[in-house]
Write a protein that binds this ligand. Structure first.
Ligand code: F6R
Length: 250
């Protein structure tokens, strides 16, 4: 596992976007796994810039998002679908039919989750999965004690996740309590993973994920067993890594 520490969140995002762009330039049909939340925003901003100014071509790229809130439609201001269109897809030349985001309003959720997994398979699997990390160590919405073999499914959000996501909603009771998420098993099947972390509130989770023994109480620690994972974090998120000096770069 390669761990790269950058000076701040913007620098970390720039590097992550650069790696994604390199993948797309090498293979225009790249299948990307994407995340939402605050951490990937600098990544998406830079990908849009690369599209506009440096001819980065998304026309053959396929994407699969990690997760969506159950109960929110794609048009809802707080849905991850809306987030992705507003922050990335509306601004690049991606083909809408190659964009995949779990449907939080699917009538038959179980069938929808199976279909989502099938679609990933049909696309040839995910080449590069972008991930954030929750302060409780979650990846996607795989909360602590999720099985490392888990697949796309409906989950209950941990109370600390509901609190963390409160900032996007008018009131705490408006935050959805359930989400549909790719499983840890689904994530581990990606050919490569790119975990991005920024901010001091991620320092403890990152250290537990990278430097403590693998444990289902820290879902991101599952990545220790993934042969091709790159971690990019800022100094604040790296603050509790004991091996940080070995990895630091400007
Ligand atoms: C979002 C996702 C989550 C977030 C995590 C960190 O699609 O899967 O695991 O990556 O909650 O969120 P931020 O970046 O907002 O701190």
């Amino acid at each position: 596992m390669e761990i790269i520490i950058k000076v701040n969140a913007e620098a970390a995002g720039l590097l992550a976007a650069g790696l994604i762009a390199e993948k797309i330039r090498t293979n225009p049909k790249t299948v990307l796994g994407l995340a939402t939340g605050g951490t990937p925003l600098p990544v998406y901003e830079e990908l849009v810039r690369l599209y506009r100014q440096e001819n980065l071509d998304f026309s053959s790229v396929t994407t699969f998002n990690l997760d969506e809130y159950v109960g929110l439609g794609g048009e809802d201001a707080n849905s991850y679908c809306r987030f992705m269109w507003e922050n990335l897809f509306n601004h690049i030349n991606i083909a809408p039919e190659r964009v995949h985001i779990p449907n939080g309003l699917a009538e038959d959720m179980e069938a929808h989750c199976l279909e989502y997994e099938d679609r990933i398979q049909q696309a040839g699997g995910i080449d590069l999965q972008l991930l954030g990390i929750g302060a409780n160590g979650h990846i996607g919405f795989n909360e602590p004690n999720s099985s490392f073999a888990s697949r796309t499914r409906v989950v209950n959000l941990a109370p600390e996740t509901v609190k963390a996501n409160r900032r996007f909603f008018p009131a705490e009771e408006d935050v959805p309590r359930r989400a549909v998420t790719m499983g840890i098993g689904t994530i581990l099947e990606s050919r490569s993973c790119l975990l991005l972390a920024a901010g001091e509130n991620k320092a403890e989770a990152l250290a537990a994920a990278l430097e403590a023994p693998v444990s289902s109480s820290v879902p991101a620690s599952a990545l220790q067993s993934h042969p091709r994972t790159t971690v990019i974090c800022d100094r604040a998120a790296a603050a509790k890594l004991r091996n940080r000096l070995k990895n630091e770069s400007a």
